[in-house]
Design a protein around this ligand. Structure first.
Ligand code: UD1
Length: 386
């Protein structure tokens, strides 16, 4: 942990925060790009410990070359209130000790909001990467985290142009908003060559026979509370997946929340069918390997909507909305909600026609983190609290 010493120029130290799986692939290129600047700012990394299982956590640090965190707050799982409060309580003394020039948060998880709030209350500027995304669905915990984090951020980096309009509507000064592109796609491009082939994943799972004579496969990920916490909705979605699995084998790396819910509702048995392969959560390079050759992705993840658009792989989103509209307007994403008919219709369309063609959105070019680092450098040098 960096502690200030007499004579230490703490101006120019950025305290970076990660907490949960989708943060890791965003933070990796940002820290690398900041470190590559000619006179780089000091960097400290805090892991809140929101995610802690090896499969959700350590694997990502190793695969993506993220520096070991200077400190892990080890908050673990709890209700939203308790988890957010615990992050805040444990983060405050770290902020006091490091005295950074800014706190940099990414994405929309509870750790993002908790650390931004602590910093803002102490007058420490907040930098938010992946700002401005809106699903307009406040039942989604991430939507609350996005709106509140953006309100208290000083520097807001957006991935798509829709973010600017959303932020301006909410009264954010235009001078704080920077359209830089998508850091997740920086990570994707850098690691595509290193992705783990499907054959290896099947071998590791002891299921080299899984695809049989089939030419392709689908991949499913699902973990949103709105999909997995309600037994009727979860059963309906799984029944739809089973129908799909009779047409195309489905590989399902299962988030711990989803596994817990399937067990709680006694739905394990229905999933014991030949066309469905249940796996533990995948590491980043494994997931990339699975996605890049998939015939179709079925998902409720935000990040996967973007990654499939960048890869040109058809994506069916099992939600009624998206905070990433460019993946629908320009990319390969189809919003199908929780309705079996809509999901199956989208699936059949992809099987027959290959789905939407799509193109890679503006600035999803692998250079977003370089743009962010340059903007932060300028901001540190010239100072800005507009
Ligand atoms: C969190 C994020 C969500 C993100 C997702 C990616 C919030 C509000 N949600 O949801 O935006 O898409 O991460 O994974 O921040 N668990 C484990 N091991 C772990 C972590 C979690 O077993 O390492 C289990 C626990 O039973 C826990 C549950 O998963 O209660 C939910 O974890 P939590 O971090 O609260 O939210 P996620 O559903 O993972």
């Amino acid at each position: 942990m960096h502690m200030p010493t007499p004579g230490d120029q703490t101006q120019g130290r950025i305290l970076c925060v990660v907490g949960a799986r989708p943060n890791f692939m965003k933070m990796a290129p940002i820290m690398a790009a900041l470190g590559d600047l000619r006179s780089p700012p000091g960097l400290s990394l805090v892991h809140t410990g929101q995610h802690y299982d090896a499969a959700m956590n350590h694997q990502y640090f190793e695969a993506l070359g993220i520096p070991q965190p200077d400190i892990n707050l080890e908050v673990g799982s709890a209700s939203h209130a308790v988890q957010t409060a615990e992050v805040m309580r444990r983060f405050e003394p770290v902020l006091d000790a490091v005295l950074p020039s800014a706190v940099l948060v990414v994405g929309d998880v509870n750790s993002t909001l908790a650390c931004a709030l602590v910093a803002a209350k102490k007058g420490v500027p907040v930098i938010h990467v992946e700002a401005g995304l809106r699903s307009f669905d406040r039942a989604m915990p991430e939507e609350i985290n996005r709106i509140l984090t953006d309100q208290i951020s000083d520097l807001l980096f957006i991935t798509e142009r829709s973010g600017r309009a959303n932020l301006l509507r909410e009264g954010i000064a235009e001078s704080r908003i920077h359209f830089v592109g998508n850091v997740m796609i920086d990570t994707l491009r850098r690691n595509l060559e290193r992705s783990v082939p499907l054959s290896q994943i099947l071998k590791d799972a002891g299921r080299e026979d899984f695809l049989g004579g089939n030419a392709g496969y689908a991949v499913l990920t699902m973990h949103r509370p709105s999909n997995v916490d309600d037994p009727v909705i979860l059963r309906t979605l799984l029944e739809t997946v089973l129908k799909i699995s009779r047409r195309l084998p489905v590989i399902f790396p299962m988030h711990p929340r989803t596994r817990a819910m399937i067990e709680e509702f006694g739905l394990e048995e229905m999933l014991d069918v030949p066309g469905l392969l249940l796996l533990s959560p995948m590491g980043y390079l494994e997931m990339l390997g699975l996605m890049k050759n998939a015939r179709v992705m079925l998902t409720d993840s935000g990040g996967i909507q973007e990654e499939t658009t960048a890869l040109g792989v058809p994506c069916i989103t099992l939600r009624n909305n998206t905070e990433r509209p460019i993946t629908v307007e320009e990319g390969t994403n189809t919003i199908a909600g929780q309705n079996p008919e809509r999901i199956l219709a989208a699936f059949e369309d992809i099987l027959h026609s290959g789905g939407k063609a799509g193109r890679v959105p503006e600035f999803w070019d692998g250079q977003a983190s370089t743009r962010i680092a340059a903007a932060i450098r300028g901001w540190l040098e010239h100072g800005s609290r507009s």
